[in-house]
Design a protein around this ligand. Structure first.
Ligand code: MG
Length: 363
């Protein structure tokens, strides 16, 4: 665009930047990729951003949210790790985003949509990882709809910290459950990238924690997937891209891996469950997590005034206190949940209004 042309305002120029990106998407993305200009939109219509596509805007809203920042202090595998290099939910999310974007770009899918779904995919994770999720699910009970972190991610962005995201990003986040098939290829990428990523980094963190070493991995797995964790990550990602490239030529496109690598990955996952996720020291932590979450949940049912006023009452819930307590607890970081448990459920040392011991006139 010729900026020296008279009559072209700054607004016209900036608006054309988003339109340029949309035109580039049209020209360069794979025929099966989602185009941002074809988005089904948001529940509240908005004036489009002059610079960013709708998916870029969603990505940025997620990144700037408080729920996203709290992932920094939520468990990935190890609870409130002392070491500086252990993953938390935040670094896990950033690594999923990186792997997802690499795959999306290689396949000419919509990288921005993939990135938005990846950054939002664990937003609804409660404190203490899957142990926290399981006990919240039990406490809410099926008649209250239970608790699933991927549905809670959507609930955060719709009600607790409203972001007015696009239908595609919301669907992508909700479909991260193992039993659901994502509608877009971009969200399918995130789902499999999540699995590749956690297998990759949990093995490294488990080695850092002294629970395993590289040579503990079965020889056939190392032969198929690689001898180092870097080699294994490369192998899984490259296999996925190569196999999917061919699958996208068909009428029923899907994100797929070769049988050999897919089976090895499944075997690695089983091995990780047996040797890392479900070992006695982790199961002992699980019991403690259940006690903390259950204690807090019962306390807030008895003392609803102690729930933060920042947790809104949502009209659709019909004053369901169990759901509101779960909303509050699910949003807590590991350390905040422990702090609240100590404050609400453990005796605290008596503190006099002023220090009588220091008062020379005290008898
Ligand atoms: Mg995840």
């Amino acid at each position: 665009m010729d900026l020296s042309q008279p009559g072209i305002s700054k607004k016209d120029i900036s608006r054309s930047i988003r339109e340029d990106i949309e035109a580039r998407e049209e020209a360069t993305l794979h025929p099966w990729a989602v185009r941002s200009c074809h988005s089904a939109g948001r529940s509240l219509p908005e004036i489009p951003c002059p610079l960013r596509t709708c998916f870029q805007r969603d990505r940025d809203r997620i990144l700037h949210s408080k729920a996203f920042r709290r992932l920094m202090h939520k468990t990935q595998v190890f609870i409130s790790p002392v070491g500086d290099h252990f993953r938390t939910r935040l670094t896990h999310t950033l690594e999923v985003s990186q792997v997802s974007r690499t795959i999306a770009r290689a396949l000419r899918l919509n990288e921005d949509l993939t990135e938005a779904v990846a950054l939002g995919h664990d937003l609804g994770h409660p404190p203490f990882g899957h142990n926290g999720e399981d006990i919240l699910n039990e406490l809410l009970g099926q008649k209250n709809g239970g608790f699933r972190h991927e549905l809670h991610s959507v609930r955060i962005t719709e009600h607790l910290e409203p972001m007015n995201l696009t239908v595609e990003v919301l669907e992508g986040m909700a479909s991260q459950a193992s039993t659901k098939k994502a509608l877009t290829l971009e969200a399918q990428v995130v789902k499999i990238a999540d699995r590749i990523t956690y297998l990759h980094h949990d093995a490294e963190d488990a080695a850092r924690a002294g629970l395993m070493s590289e040579k503990d991995l079965p020889a056939d797995l190392r032969r198929t997937l690689g001898d180092t964790r870097q080699a294994r990550l490369d192998r899984m990602v490259i296999d996925l891209v190569r196999e999917t490239e061919a699958a996208l030529e068909s009428d029923a496109p899907a994100i797929v891996m070769s049988r050999e690598i897919g089976e090895a990955m499944g075997a690695l996952r089983k091995w990780m469950f047996r040797n890392v996720y479900l070992i006695p020291s982790q199961l002992a932590q699980k019991q403690k997590v259940r006690r903390v979450i259950r204690g807090l949940f019962d306390f807030y049912l008895m003392n609803p005034e102690a729930i933060s006023p920042n947790i809104p009452e949502i009209p659709e819930d019909g004053k369901n206190l169990r759901r509101r307590a779960a909303d509050y607890i699910a949003g807590m970081t590991d350390r905040y949940a422990i702090e609240r448990y100590n404050r609400h459920l453990l005796p605290t040392p008596y503190e006099p209004a002023h220090d009588l011991q220091e008062d020379p006139f005290h008898v």
